[in-house]
Design a protein around this ligand. Structure first.
Ligand SMILES: [Zn+2]
Length: 520
């Protein structure tokens, strides 16, 4: 008995040594909430607000969606796009009045990370308002809206970031190794969005900030906007996204005294912190959506680790953002079509590698010691100001050998038309031969990434009838070049979906001749 007691005390002592500091850390003292993030007035009928603790459960969400779809059969259709890994059907609510082909197609997703509850709650509140509030019914006259309120059901049920297999759904937008990502991507591709929104919450207390000042810093921004600087997205589309949608939403929020900023993340580099602003990576939603010639933004509302603190504020911020984008889409419908028509084949070259502009900027923080806003000069790597380093001409098509069935299937999920040649044919093509090869020694998202350099050679090659051909004159060609060109950061080669080695020829070819009409 005595021995057991002693043992228990040792464990308790060890526990306090290991976790004591973390337990004392209150992420957001009351004074900070009062000064910067006071809760807002909101009377929401959504499930989490019908209780004092916890968040909307899967069952409650389904009941909520079924109820709204039943009440408004003329405007709301509920369907299921696939299953989570634990077998929960993933709902998609489609909102529209009539079937005008002229309507702008808007995609909205939330709950991709299971520990970001205001994203789902804000989108459920949006659904409620679009259907029940006459003040917003005009939006459904001009828009065709597809909404997935809880993309990662299993994670959400546990309030954990990832689904059952532990992979991050917002790093899986092109390699597609998570069943939930495949279901969402297929639905997104089938829908053919012209505007896309992905709602998240960010952690304002990252470890980099805890080391700053006397008692650590935190971020003051209610929301951060992540839109893409990827150069394979037409320049006019990138500019229009920023000027017409992002700038307007920032203004709309400012009018409501909600603070916003462009999205950045700190990263530690040999003793100093560098701030990565924006993104170019197709593995995440904002870029992968925009590469389908679509106006896309990921919103990071300040919330991870806050429990139900400022939860109404976070939910309303999510709602206001969605509303601002929907109003802009409605008002700008003619301009949207014009911009997308122009940007779809604007790029004459594929950008295989790019570099981000480095600059010094003043960033704002809240100093936890004084509860006041301070500014710091920081080094920023700005993805929104990227420059090409390596480019290639856009081919007429890429041809894949018949063994690359997996890749052909992934391309189809990514919304690309993939055909087979239909008969054996000799073609002049360019191959890729690997001239530099490095496989990372640690796994990233459960794969060993490969870093390659390749050289193209002009060759004559006989292709069998069942070889795949993917033309580049498609709306989603930005995504196609990102995953096929081997050196790109998010290519199938980089993610080891296509395995290779030094000196090897890849089973993918560039075809630059006139289109071949042997499709099935
Ligand atoms: Zn997230």
């Amino acid at each position: 008995m005595l021995l057991t007691m002693k043992y228990t005390y040792t464990i308790i002592a060890l526990f306090y040594c290991t976790f004591g500091v973390a337990q004392l850390f209150n992420p957001q003292p009351h004074a900070m909430t009062e000064k910067y993030f006071p809760d807002l007035e909101l009377n929401s009928p959504t499930p989490a607000f019908q209780k004092k603790k916890g968040f909307t459960t899967y069952k409650e969400m389904i009941a909520f969606l079924e109820d709204r779809a039943k009440k408004h059969p003329d405007r709301a259709t509920l369907s299921y796009i696939g299953s989570s890994q634990k077998g929960n059907a993933i709902p998609l609510l489609h909102l529209r009045k009539g079937v005008s082909a002229d309507a702008i197609r808007v995609w909205i997703q939330a709950g991709i990370h299971g520990d970001e509850p205001a994203s789902t709650e804000g989108v459920l509140y949006l659904i409620d308002q679009l259907l029940e509030n006459a003040g917003y019914s005009h939006l459904l006259d001009r828009l065709d809206i597809a909404i997935v309120p809880m993309g990662n059901i299993d994670g959400f049920q546990q309030q954990e970031r990832t689904p059952r297999n532990g992979l991050d759904m917002n790093r899986d937008q092109v390699k597609l190794l998570i069943p939930e990502s495949v279901a969402l991507k297929q639905a997104f591709s089938d829908f053919g969005a012209q505007v896309a929104m992905d709602f998240h919450e960010y952690n304002p207390f990252r470890s980099s900030y805890q080391k700053m000042g006397k008692a650590g810093y935190t971020l003051p921004h209610d929301v951060m906007f992540l839109y893409s600087g990827n150069l394979n997205i037409g320049a006019s589309l990138r500019q229009y996204t920023e000027e017409a949608f992002v700038a307007r939403a920032k203004q709309d929020l400012q009018d409501k005294k909600i603070r916003s900023f462009d999205y950045f993340t700190p990263s530690e580099q040999n003793g100093y912190t560098q701030y990565n602003l924006g993104s170019v990576n197709a593995r995440a939603s904002a870029t992968s959506f925009a590469l389908t010639n679509c106006i896309a933004t990921l919103f990071e509302v300040r919330g991870v680790s806050l429990g139900r603190t400022s939860f109404k504020r976070r939910t309303l911020t999510t709602f206001y953002l969605a509303l601002s984008y929907l109003e802009t889409a409605c008002r700008e419908s003619d301009n949207i079509k014009r911009v997308l028509d122009r940007s779809v084949d604007e790029n004459k070259k594929v950008v295989v590698r790019s570099s981000r502009e480095t600059s010094e900027q003043e960033f704002a923080f809240i100093d936890r010691a004084t509860n006041s806003v301070v500014t710091e000069k920081v080094i920023v790597k700005n993805a929104l100001r990227s420059k090409p380093i390596k480019t290639r001409k856009i081919p007429t098509a890429y041809i894949l050998m018949p063994g690359e069935k997996d890749i052909a299937a992934k391309l189809q999920v990514l919304g690309l038309a993939v055909r087979q040649l239909g008969e054996e044919v000799m073609l002049p093509v360019e191959n890729y031969v690997v001239t530099r090869y490095r496989r990372e020694s640690l796994k990233y998202e459960n794969v060993y990434r490969q870093e390659v350099a390749t050289k193209n050679h002009k060759i004559e090659k006989k292709f069998p009838a069942d070889a795949y051909i993917v033309y580049t004159d498609q709306k989603n060609r930005g995504l196609l070049v990102e995953v096929i060109e081997p050196e790109s950061n998010n290519s199938f080669t980089t993610y080891g979906v296509l395995k290779t080695g030094l000196g090897e020829e890849l089973p993918v070819y560039r075809y630059t001749g006139a289109p071949i009409h042997h499709e099935k």
